[in-house]
Design a protein around this ligand. Sequence first.
Ligand code: PMP
Length: 396
Amino acid sequence: MQQFDLLFQQALDGLAATHRRRVVRPFTPSGADVLVRADGTRLIDFSSNDYLGLSRHPVLRTRAIEWTERYGTGAGASRLVTGTRPLHEQVEQKVARLKGTEAALLFASGWQANASLVPALARLSVEQMGASPLVFMDRLNHASLHQGCAAAGVRQIRFRHNDLEHLETLLRARLDQPGLRLILTESVFSMDGDRADVPGLAALAERYGAFLCLDEAHATGVLGKNGAGLACEAPGGVHLVMGTFSKALGGMGAYVAGSAPLCDWLLNAASGFIYSTALPPAILGAADAALDLLPSLEKDRQRVARYGEILRSHLQSAGFDTGASSTQIVPVMIGEASEALRIAAGLEAEGMLAVAIRPPTVPQGESRLRISLSSAHDEEAVIRLAKAIIRLCGRA
Ligand code: PMP
């Protein structure tokens, strides 16, 4: 035993202090946007992805409880064994309706969806086109998409973040190569809060015969008509959209939406779908209720968008770099990890939680505070946050 613990300890000791990850202490939620620390301190949460405050919404809670009472706590098996309930199909149909696609397929998490959809598409390429896929990947894509590429054993062809000219150059340079051209990107980037040019991507995909996969984890619920995300900005849609129930939809789990043959292929080839237990009734109940509520949340979407504008305008007037953010995610670029940690600690002392994001989550020298805004916040709190950051950075 001990000989292995020594290895673990040495590896941990080898991590730079500023890069050492720890679970942030436990918090108890109170009200829509407050977390209470073990010592009773109340903190406004500016780091959660609960962008519409739905995780504590009474309609979601009630349906999660009702479905648990009726169907139990677990599905007991994977979807392809005996785990499928009418609830799974109901939620899949609601997702497909929201996204305007023929079909949808549920996954246990967004991470699992991304990690297994890339290998499933790679297999399609090998079996149907006789060659490995050519995977064109935005360099800021989420870790789960990298995991998918690693699991598929494919080499990524990375394009500069949101740079469609670069992507086109890379696509053009490989016109004569065989295999499925796969473009993997996000509609809203998780650490930068900027948006992809979805119609531009769809046009490139069309021009070069590529299959476009869009991760809508941070757009689902918040952007687009009825919170459907940004895929609908492309006139012909995109080939595959994935998104999660774990962020604006206030729960857990994920979906992939697209054509019926695509979803059927994933059901046959995506190991994260096939070999994992079906989502449990409580989670499905929350997702089902959130999907029902989305069309009525237009005012909440407008409010959270306005908070983004208010925060950016305060910070930018004080000379801060908030990147290309145009959404509810606002990065405040700090640079050094130690400095980002110092400012986050200062904010916490003032009753606000905004966790510092450091390498390897973001590149070296790009440590930042990643502010996540929610319609559950109020304007006064957003302004207080901006003023505290400005003061703590000595820019007041
Ligand atoms: N994609 C993106 C862009 C994400 O930010 C995340 C969550 N951090 C995921 C996928 C994974 O989703 P989940 O948390 O549901 O596993």
